[in-house]
Design a protein around this ligand. Structure first.
Ligand SMILES: NC(=O)c1ccc[n+]([C@@H]2O[C@H](COP(=O)([O-])OP(=O)(O)OC[C@H]3O[C@@H](n4cnc5c(N)ncnc54)[C@H](OP(=O)(O)O)[C@@H]3O)[C@@H](O)[C@H]2O)c1
Length: 365
């Protein structure tokens, strides 16, 4: 069977990357691409690297244009996806790359985003440890999927194994991320001009304001409650995930590379846990995964090694002097952080081989 697909936000970075991967997917036909201010123009004018899709024209992003496909990808600014929910009720599979359907707690949405709250959809990070299982179990046969925030999934993948196994204390997580400006989208912003970022590292959303914080708390709260054979580190989740005793200091720094995230995340070691138990937590979680790799002891990843790949590369250090586990993870924000996760989730939802059209190999140098 060939699935007909519509991609909205097709003139943007996330939409463009979804199209790049789907163009090599043998089971889909990209039938419709839509945009907003650039509607009416040839796709190739905005995505000149997508030569095989040069025949497509950007249409208006309306419910009528998006309806009638087997799969619809929404790659719109947050707040724009929710309005299509009802109109696409008959669409078998809708995947939102934006934030509108990621958060479960209304209070978190109000605090970090604001505007109308929309129901949470199945979170599109298949490898994420969820209690005793993996998030992929929930994605099989899903009809509505919320693809992750790129920074959020990077940090959640980095720490979920340790939280689930009860070897790190999630109440004192510190993460600092070097991020490329493509994570902020293609629209013009003064602070993202080349003259502002070239030769400079620029912190932003410092001090607990970044919108990916509640998403990480939610993912790590889901990792924790079903620990097999081990008591959770803190109290069980009673209220919203935000109240689950998971505290994160999160600091992103824009650096001059178009793509990529290098997240350095750390948390205290739970007393009495051995080095072997710590490493085993990550090995158990990712040893059989195709797209998430734990590097050998002493090795740490570079963003250059994952560009264009659906791969998360992870290095783990145990700093006994600081009593912290340190995890360094590299992803391509547009692939593993967005489009790759969305298409991996689509494959699971449709019952296709999970890795179809996705590559573990990066582009180097
Ligand atoms: N960039 C990343 O690394 C990344 C990672 C994870 C998730 N995401 C999410 O993906 C979504 C898209 O991000 P992006 O980085 O691709 O942004 P972007 O490059 O700025 O693209 C935004 C797209 O949305 C369209 N658009 C803008 N306003 C619209 C409206 N009112 N109605 C309909 N379409 C509208 C734009 O069309 P025109 O160009 O025609 O105006 C463009 O195609 C966001 O929700 C973002 O959070 C992005």
């Amino acid at each position: 069977m060939t699935y007909s697909v519509a991609v909205s936000g097709a003139s943007g970075y996330a939409g463009g990357e979804i199209l790049r991967i789907l163009a090599a997917h043998p089971d889909v036909e990209i039938r419709t691409v839509t945009a907003h201010s650039n509607a009416g123009q040839p796709l190739i004018q905005h995505q000149p690297h997508l030569r095989s899709l040069a025949h497509l024209t950007l249409q208006e992003t309306t419910a009528d244009v998006l309806a009638g496909h087997d799969v619809v990808f929404l790659a719109l600014p947050h707040g724009q996806s929710g309005r299509f929910t009802e109109a696409l009720a008959d669409t078998p599979l809708v995947i939102d790359a934006g934030a509108d359907h990621r958060l479960e707690a209304v209070a978190e949405w109000d605090r970090f985003y604001g505007g109308d709250f929309h129901d949470p959809w199945v979170y599109g990070v298949p490898e994420l440890v969820v209690g005793a299982g993996k998030q992929r179990d929930r994605l099989v046969g899903a009809t509505r999927i919320a693809a992750p925030g790129c920074n959020a999934s990077t940090v959640s993948l980095s720490l979920a194994p340790g939280v689930a196994a009860g070897v790190i204390d999630p109440s004192d997580i510190v993460t600092v991320l070097a991020v490329g400006p493509s994570g902020a989208g293609k629209s013009l912003k003064t602070n993202l001009l080349a003259s502002e970022i070239l030769g400079s590292a620029n912190p932003y959303a410092v001090g607990g304001t970044h919108r990916h914080i509640p998403e990480i708390r939610q993912a790590l709260a889901a990792a924790r409650p079903l620990v097999a054979g081990r008591a959770p580190v803190a109290e069980p989740v009673e209220a919203a995930p935000a109240d689950a005793g998971i505290r994160i200091s999160f600091t992103p720094v824009i650096v001059p590379m178009a793509r990529g995230i290098l997240a350095t995340s750390s948390a205290p070691i739970v007393p009495g846990v051995s080095d072997e138990q710590i490493r085993a937590a990550w090995q158990t979680a990712y040893g059989d995964e195709t797209f998430v790799h734990l590097l050998p002891t002493g090795e740490f990843p570079r963003t250059a090694d994952v560009l264009g790949a659906n791969t998360a590369l992870m290095g783990l250090a145990i700093d006994r002097a600081a009593n912290r586990v340190v995890v360094v993870t590299a992803v391509d924000n547009l692939v593993k952080g967005t489009a790759g996760a969305a298409i991996q989730s689509m494959n699971l939802a449709l019952g296709l081989p999970e890795g179809r059209a996705l590559t573990v190999n990066g582009v180097a140098p």
